[in-house]
Design a protein around this ligand. Structure first.
Ligand code: ADP
Ligand code: MG
Length: 232
């Protein structure tokens, strides 16, 4: 835990990679689709073989916060051949889109089954300190700003209210024959994130976008942590 933050500090970095962020989150008991770093195509294939197919490949760079924007996310890789090809093509795309970014390699992770996309995030408010955000993913947060906020630390009641006060709640409760999402699993994830933020003042920002909400459970498939500028 301390190692990841210390080494980022030593590099003069505030942005942790997805691999680093998910390691910290997993240690804190937050359910994540673990991401494993591969610096070479051969290693990417080894990891994928071990995890089992299909897998997802993502670019790992301390200079890239939004991986899809640079062609740095490929889902549904079905075999070793697809992994090797994707590695080569991803490097070419990213080199083109972000020529100055330092590239660590790629992250290989199990492809999670699709769930309802929700977002759990935190920012630091100059007045209130760490604040936690919850909303539905995609257009709901980007266009409609349908989000709920609470000041950290949260109590069980806060998490319950947050999940239920967004306008998109019916989508989580199951519309048009879709199974309802496991609201308790979302609440529990929110509370663990609150604990994590409370106990780590060196974290300025956290983004779990998206978290897949399932009829049974919830899983963060992307994670981004930004440290404070000056060691806390
Ligand atoms: P970005 O840095 O662009 O936000 P993400 O890691 O969020 O990249 O990946 C983009 C999209 O790919 C996600 O919104 C999600 O729909 C899908 N995705 C990412 N990781 C996984 C995974 N492990 N399993 C299934 N889908 C995934
Ligand atoms: Mg994302």
């Amino acid at each position: 835990m301390a190692d990841i933050i210390t080494s980022a500090r030593a590099d003069g970095r505030t942005l942790l990679t997805e691999v680093e962020s998910k390691q910290l989150l997993q240690e804190a008991g937050i359910p994540v689709a673990m991401a494993h770093l591969a610096k070479k195509p051969k290693k990417a294939v080894e990891i994928a073989d071990e995890l089992g197919y299909p897998v997802v490949m993502k670019i790992v760079s301390p200079d890239i916060a939004h991986k899809s924007d640079v062609g740095g996310v490929v889902v549904g890789l079905r075999d070793a051949k697809a992994v090797r090809k994707a590695y080569k093509e991803m490097m070419e795309r990213v080199e083109e889109a972000a020529p100055n970014a330092k590239i660590d390699g790629v992250a290989i992770q199990t492809m999670a089954k699709q769930g309802t996309e929700v977002i759990v995030g935190s920012t630091t408010d100059p007045q209130f300190g760490p604040v936690l955000m919850f909303g539905l993913g995609g257009v709901f947060v980007e266009v409609l700003k349908d989000v709920a906020f609470r000041v950290v630390p949260l109590e069980g009641r806060d998490a319950k209210q947050m999940v239920r006060e967004i306008k998109g709640l019916p989508i989580l409760q199951g519309v048009r024959g879709q199974d309802p999402a496991d609201l308790e699993a979302i609440e529990s994830l929110i509370l663990r994130v609150s604990d994590f933020i409370e106990t780590h003042p060196e974290i300025a920002e956290l983004d779990l976008n998206p978290v897949f909400a399932y009829p049974d459970g919830a899983l963060a498939v992307d994670a981004r942590i930004v440290l404070t500028e000056v060691p806390a």
